[in-house]
Design a protein around this ligand. Structure first.
Ligand SMILES: Nc1nc2c(ncn2[C@@H]2O[C@H](COP(=O)(O)OP(=O)(O)OP(=O)(O)O)[C@@H](O)[C@H]2O)c(=O)[nH]1
Length: 302
């Protein structure tokens, strides 16, 4: 939905375990985000929460793979993490005021080193420390990382969280309302499924089609009483010539993309997958829907 003077953007929250990332998100969104309690170890997933108000929308996305890889999709996730960090409008690096700098933080700082997106240092749990402790702590981090803003908060008590939101919004540019007001979460599997298909398409066409090709998941539905998932996805290209390449002679290329992507999606979801792919030409896709593409966005219900 395009509204005048509407601001929107994508934000990712990173930080060591237990620093209060979920508490902060819940405070901001104002309700429990189901997906978090559903799946405690969601590192491979893309958790989204959406903050919507009259004049703005902020989409919070998880950065899977920012923490040390634990499973076989690990390398893929690490790649995605780096990509995500560069594509978001803002990164919130949350730290624990009560613990201070540690090795887990250094792991994250290393990953943030060459990232272009602005970074906020969010100093959480200030309710637990004496204010005198804050400045030296912040200095410690500032020596190691270039940050755009430093914002001390207590996610639990809500102190300064509205200031943080105001600051976040001041970094957002004009943009569309991506999600309807009532939608606070999206299914993370959709994003990764789209990325897996896109990766296969790029790889198998030997990158004859540009990286700007997009994959939109049109449908993702359970079948056979939950024992299988049906996925219908569109590969979006910008020119007819690219469509020809992706489909291949007698549909051979598209079939191969589908077969390879299906295997990976089955590993990801842990169920049998029926995958239906088709190719669409959309010339203005790149300009108008840049971010929608990057985040595998689609409004369909799953
Ligand atoms: N005192 C205090 N406790 C907090 C604050 N924010 C979070 N906590 C507590 O810290 C613990 C961890 O919070 P979470 O929000 O689960 O932390 P997380 O960063 O999402 O943790 P992971 O999911 O493991 O990455 C919980 O017990 C919270 O209640 C705060 O501002 N002050």
């Amino acid at each position: 939905m395009i509204k005048e003077n509407y601001k929107s953007g994508f934000v990712t929250i990173i930080g060591r375990p237990n620093v209060g990332k979920s508490t902060l998100l819940n405070k901001v969104i104002g309700q429990k985000i189901a997906i978090m309690s559903d799946k405690p170890q969601t590192t491979r997933n893309k958790i989204q929460a959406v903050y919507t108000r009259e004049d703005a929308q902020v989409v919070f996305i998880d950065t899977p793979g920012i923490h040390k890889p634990k499973h076989k999709l690990g390398d893929f996730m690490t790649k995605i993490a780096q990509q995500t960090l560069n594509e978001v409008d803002l990164i919130l690096f949350v730290i624990n005021a009560d613990e201070g700098y540690g090795r887990g933080d250094q792991f994250i700082i290393d990953r943030l080193e060459n990232v272009q997106s602005p970074i906020f240092l969010v100093v959480n749990k200030i309710d637990l420390v004496h204010p005198d402790k804050l400045l030296p702590l912040i200095d410690d981090y500032r020596k190691k990382l270039n940050v755009a803003e430093v914002i001390p908060i207590s996610a639990l008590q809500g102190n300064n969280v509205s200031t943080l939101m105001d600051q976040i919004l001041s970094y957002m540019e004009e943009g569309p309302q991506y999600y309807p007001e009532d939608q606070v979460t999206d299914h993370p599997e959709r994003f990764i499924t789209a990325e897996l298909i896109r990766e296969k398409a790029l790889h198998l066409t030997r990158e004859e089609v540009p990286h700007s090709i997009a994959v939109v998941i049109e449908q993702m539905k359970e079948r056979e009483g939950g024992r299988a998932v049906f996925v219908q996805a569109a590969i979006i290209v910008e020119r007819d010539s690219q469509k020809g390449i992706v489909i291949g002679k007698g549909g051979k290329m598209l079939k191969e993309i589908g077969q390879r992507a299906r295997k990976d999606i089955e590993t990801l979801l842990g169920t049998k997958v029926f995958l239906e792919l088709f190719v669409k030409v959309q010339t203005d896709w790149r300009n108008k829907q840049k971010q929608l593409r990057e985040f595998g966005f689609s409004q369909d219900e799953y």
